[in-house]
Each structure stands twice: as structure tokens, then as C-alpha cells.
Write a protein that binds this ligand. Sequence first.
Ligand code: SF4
Ligand code: SF4
Length: 177
Amino acid sequence: MTDQYPVKLLIGTDYPIIEKIRCAERLFHIYGMELLSDKEFQSLFNTYRKAIQRSWLQAEMIGLVAECTDCAINDGGSCCGKGIEDRFDVILLLINLLMGCSLPKSPWDETGCWFLGERGCMIPARHVICVNYICKRLYSSLEKNGLRLLQGKVVSETNAGFACEESIKKWLRNKGL
Ligand code: SF4
Ligand code: SF4
């Protein structure tokens, strides 16, 4: 089946986001099912999903999600600025598709990140710069021990994400891409 649909993998981040999204969608269309049923990948993928969930739970518990949602709705979510989407590569976009998330074809807010929606970030697998970012508002309003616990979970998330990305790259290389 794969030979019928050749695809050129855009390597790196130096392409317009819409081209990277199209490439990720093409890869998802061609290889998504096969990749999701690969035992080695499945295990890394599940670890990553769980790590993301744990970070979110912790972020919710300490009030970070509420704070950021309020900021996004009432203050424009100033940390999610236009251009951050350019840090994403095709593999990370593909992971979001594999997680069941569709990627927008245009930004909701022209001045914001491509993945910013009305209520904040719309994608589960975010770039390391997104998951690591704690702004002054959060530092001053959230309890420090909760933030420390969150940082531990964020490290697990980014490590799991990295392992997942590397696994996909290897998998695609084995397909000749
Ligand atoms: S990290 Fe800070 S600037 Fe960004 S959405 Fe949250 S509160 Fe707002
Ligand atoms: S990917 Fe999400 S968290 Fe990162 S800058 Fe864009 S909207 Fe914000």
C-alpha cells in the first residue's frame, strides 16, 4: 500500500507550518495505522500519553490550567505568540495526529501561535519550550511545592516525548524515508 503513495519527509523545522502539517497528515494517512500497531512504538506512545496526562492532572490540581485559561480568554495568552509553531517539526505534528487531534489549517488568532484556540492550546503533544514555560504570573500565583511537583512531571513528559519522536524517526527510516 505504501508504495502507491510516495511521500517526501520534510526534515527539520525550516518549512512553513502549513507544509509541515500537510506532510504530517500525509504520513498519518499512509502509515498511521501501521505505526499505531507496532508493539515497540505502542509502548513508547502510551508512556508519552500517560506522561502528558500526569502533567495535565498536576497542572489542573495546582490551578495552572485555570490560570492559563483565564489568561488566554481575558488576556490573549501572551506566551503563545505567533511563530512558536515554527519550532514544531513534522514528527511532533504527526504524534498529535496519532493522538487523535486534528491540526488547524489556519490560526484562530493571527497574532498568536497557530495552535492557540479560544480556550488555550489545542494540541496534546506540545513542544518542549511550551511545556517548560512558567511565566511570572504563574510563579507569583501558584504554590511553589505544586510547581516543583509539576516540573518533575514535565521532565517525564519531555523525556517520553523525545523517546517517542526518536522511535518514529527510526521507524520511518526503516521505511526508506
Ligand atoms: S503561561 Fe502565563 S502568559 Fe502563558 S497562558 Fe499561562 S498565565 Fe498566560
Ligand atoms: S503549541 Fe500550544 S502551548 Fe505551545 S505556544 Fe502554541 S498554543 Fe501555546
